[in-house]
Design a protein around this ligand. Sequence first.
Ligand SMILES: *Cc1c(COP(=O)(O)O)cnc(C)c1O
Length: 432
Amino acid sequence: MKYFSTNNTELRYSFKEAVIKGLAPDKGLFFPVSIPKLSDAFFKNLPNLSLPEIGFEVAKHFVGDDISDANLREITEEVLNFPIPVVPVEEGISTLELFHGPTCAFKDVGARFMSRCLSAFAKKSQEDVTILVATSGDTGSAVANGFLGVEGVQVIILYPAGKVSKIQEQQLTTMGQNITALEVDGTFDDCQALVKTAFADKELNEKLNLTSANSINIARLLPQSFYYFYAWAQMQPTNKKLVFSVPSGNYGNLTGGLLAKQMGLPIHSFVAAANKNKVVPDYLASGKYEPKASVQTISNAMDVGTPSNFARMMEMYQDRHADVIKDVNGAWYTDEETEEAMLDVYNRTKYILDPHGAVAYLGLKKYLNVKDELGIFLETAHPAKFKDTVEAVLNTEIKIPDYLQECLGKKKLSFLISKEFNDFKAYLLKID
Ligand SMILES: *Cc1c(COP(=O)(O)O)cnc(C)c1O
């Protein structure tokens, strides 16, 4: 499979090039030149396949020869080693729980897959790579955890001192092994500026083989299609149509679902569910796309005003609004509505929604026709990650999963640096 850039559909890149580069040289996003249709035999057998088997069967079309089949099988088995169950919530509505990975968020799937792909390339070329990640909290821990113990890859995370939550800081600073945390005396923007300057620094690049682990990496997007197949498989047999509602920020998760549908998975439709950052629901309603500055909400992982995967959505539908809205309905909700949904679902069913899942639940309720449809909303984070909000809304205590609890008790290990590039560079040159 070859890839092009959403800014230039003429040039061709291999999967390996696309993964290592992250972003195309013209700043476009990598996208496969064609989306493979999976065979009837695959769909017939799908209900019998395990999640790693599904991952392999789907991924091989996109990876091609860049990773051998045997290696790709190992990768999908290692990456998808936690459950992703469909759990019934109420009549006609279930949730796909994507939060059973190491950092309790759906980003674990993409981050782990990308890390193994980069490791496979590093091993082949026998050159170690160094990943630099600036984080304001959540993404950093999923990425760092994805790379934990992965051979041939060193990870350096930069986070702003005093500006991430306690649990996030513990997740970033207690991993050890090949993961180093740098606490920057500055803001998230300072961290990002340091990373950008490092990528432009010739000496550092030559010495450390710098790579980014950006959220727009194609190797983070692809695996986000696997679990739609797995969810569909878990719902069989049924003669009802399936509708997925996806709590969205950068729209990578939804794009994964659209990809699965274009590969032939019989999904009837999607709901693009947003909080007050509603540029995509607005686009679906009006046909006009108007990026905006983001506003803060309780579903903060979705606080995105300029969703990066919108370009990929447009690529899939050739910018045809009329076609997009055949597959995708838009909905958005305020924090008050989100909290009401959390409380209502808890009171009726005892199921605990996190704020992101609650937005998706609401979107599903808006569009689902229970007569002939089954609805699945994606739960993207464990409610314990948003403990304060969830406990305040439900007026009950929630249990922190053991592995999160464990990291709270570990000793923090980080290096404090200033926001001056020269300090950062001196540090990087020392570690070799
Ligand atoms: C990142 C994230 C989202 C948004 O996913 P996108 O792929 O960016 O749309 C939703 N919920 C949680 C908990 C997240 O961490």
